[in-house]
Design a protein around this ligand. Structure first.
Ligand code: SDX
Length: 428
């Protein structure tokens, strides 16, 4: 039986701190009294060893390469579930009954539109604007059109805000894409399910009858499932931090969109394809680029490789790699980028530098290849990641609000100037 406390010896005194237990995975030291008792704080850049909260939503084991949504392994969820059901599972903690599923889906369909004024907002952006910048702005603007979803207190108000957000966000993602393509904005179609509705809003051409391709819908559904939640990653932690000030849901999600945009986080899927295209244009010598990734004097990094938590294969990468193969085969597409990606993976996984640092392909390494096969432009890849991550962000925000987590306010170690008096400019 493991200890249930730790002893800290400091300044000739001993201090006891309780261990917080987990269902599975990391146990933690509760240091909530540390500063009062010892005058010390902890320092943990990037929070690599720090738990920010207690959560019941998603569990991942980086060493084993395991990922569970509400206890269900991602492999089973990806194979047997669908994105709408996963959204319900993450938000409510259980797989829905038939009635619960229909009620959830119908509630989302009730809000399957966006205020016309918001369309004027999207018109003012240049077509060259990065879709993630447009999406973050539109998401925050939603607050103005849905005041009820701002300061939610009860579980019912929260669930309403969640269903509003889920319905409206897919429009914003589709519209963001159409903006980059110079296409007119489409409205939702309630005869379709959530993923079909997004696909048609995004891809319907004004002069053609829309053909719903089940292969594309199935691929999109699987990708959205695989991106749905991932415990306390950078963008989710941002959503929680902003929400901890009791900022409304839409503005909190808008902050999450901005965090996800970063190339070290969700922006990596775009950076991976740009990297593969660069390697292809450079003649396809993967050994040269792996060497560059290892060179400390070279800023080049193997995008889509490495992870803060996974020190084994990202289970999502395994599923997406297989799906990439399947979809390209079904769509009859030969993509040189996929060949280069597979060569890169093989070379890197046999190289001491990557083995020693436990650097494996992550969720972003293969996802861009599928998005590209589905006709989604590179700059839209992270918008697709955001659409997938939305239920995770909302679920984590809901858990934080319902559990009453305090406002986030970390401390610091100050190493700046000691106190000094002001010097008039004439004397400097
Ligand atoms: C996502 O947190 C989540 O859950 C995120 C995510 C989610 O679903 O929300 O999974 C989605 O963001 C996936 C990650 C996408 N980002 C990338 O693919 C960008 C490339 N990866 C790296 O930038 C990096 O691996 C990070 C940012 C993902 C993780 O960085 P860490 O944990 O801070 O690790 P580190 O930078 O301290 O690296 C440790 C060592 C260093 O070498 P040494 O100083 O020990 O010699 O590994 C090296 C790094 O230089 N390293 C790499 C590398 N990643 C780490 N070297 C070459 N290529 C890489 N990609």
């Amino acid at each position: 039986m493991s200890d249930n406390k730790v002893i800290l010896n400091y300044d000739g005194k001993s201090f006891e701190y309780p261990i917080v237990d987990s269902t599975i995975g990391d146990r933690g030291i509760d240091i909530s009294k540390l500063r009062d008792q010892t005058g010390l704080i902890t320092l943990d850049l990037g929070y690599k060893n720090t738990g920010a909260t207690i959560s019941e939503i998603t569990y991942l084991d980086g060493d084993k390469g395991e990922l569970f949504y509400r206890g269900y392994p991602i492999e089973q969820i990806a194979e047997k579930s669908n994105f709408t059901e996963v959204m319900y599972l993450l938000l409510h903690g259980e797989l829905p009954s038939t009635e619960q599923f229909s009620s959830f889906e119908n509630n989302i369909k009730k809000y399957n539109f966006v205020a016309d004024e918001l369309k004027k907002l999207i018109d003012v952006f240049p077509r060259s604007a990065h879709p993630m910048g447009v999406l973050s702005s539109l998401t925050s603007a939603l607050t103005a059109f849905n005041p009820k979803a701002v300061d939610v207190k009860s579980k019912e108000e929260l669930d309403l805000a969640a269903e509003l957000m889920i319905a409206k966000f897919s429009h914003l993602c589709a519209w963001t894409y159409r903006k980059t393509q110079g296409l007119p904005i489409n409205h939702g179609d309630n005869s379709l399910n959530y993923v079909e509705n997004f696909y048609k809003m995004a891809f319907r051409l004004p002069n053609e009858e829309f053909q719903m391709d089940p292969v594309v819908v199935a691929a999109l559904d699987k990708l959205l499932i695989l991106h749905a939640d991932h415990e306390q990653n950078c963008s989710t932690s941002t959503v929680r931090m902003v929400g901890s000030a009791h900022t409304g849901l839409f503005a909190s999600i808008s902050a999450g969109v901005s965090a996800l945009w970063g190339p070290l986080h969700g922006g990596a899927n775009q950076a991976v394809i740009e990297m593969l295209e660069l390697i292809e244009k450079d003649g396809g010598d993967v050994n040269k680029w792996v060497a560059k990734a290892k060179d400390k004097n070279d800023s080049f990094r193997l995008m889509g490789f490495g992870h803060r938590v996974y020190k084994n294969f990202d289970p999502r990468a395994k599923i997406i790699k297989k799906a990439a193969d399947d979809i390209l085969g079904k769509l009859g597409i030969q993509d040189k980028a996929l060949d280069i990606a597979m060569q890169l993976e093989k070379v890197a996984l046999e190289d001491e530098y990557f083995i020693e640092r436990k650097l494996y392909p992550n969720v972003d390494f293969y996802s861009g290849i599928i998005y590209r096969a589905l006709g989604i432009p590179t700059e839209m890849f992270t918008v697709m990641f955001a659409l997938g991550r939305l239920p995770g962000w909302i679920s984590q925000w809901k858990e934080m609000r319902l559990k009453g987590d305090p406002i986030g306010r970390p401390r610091q170690i100050y190493q700046g100037s000691p106190m000094r008096d002001y010097v008039d400019i004439s004397k400097r």
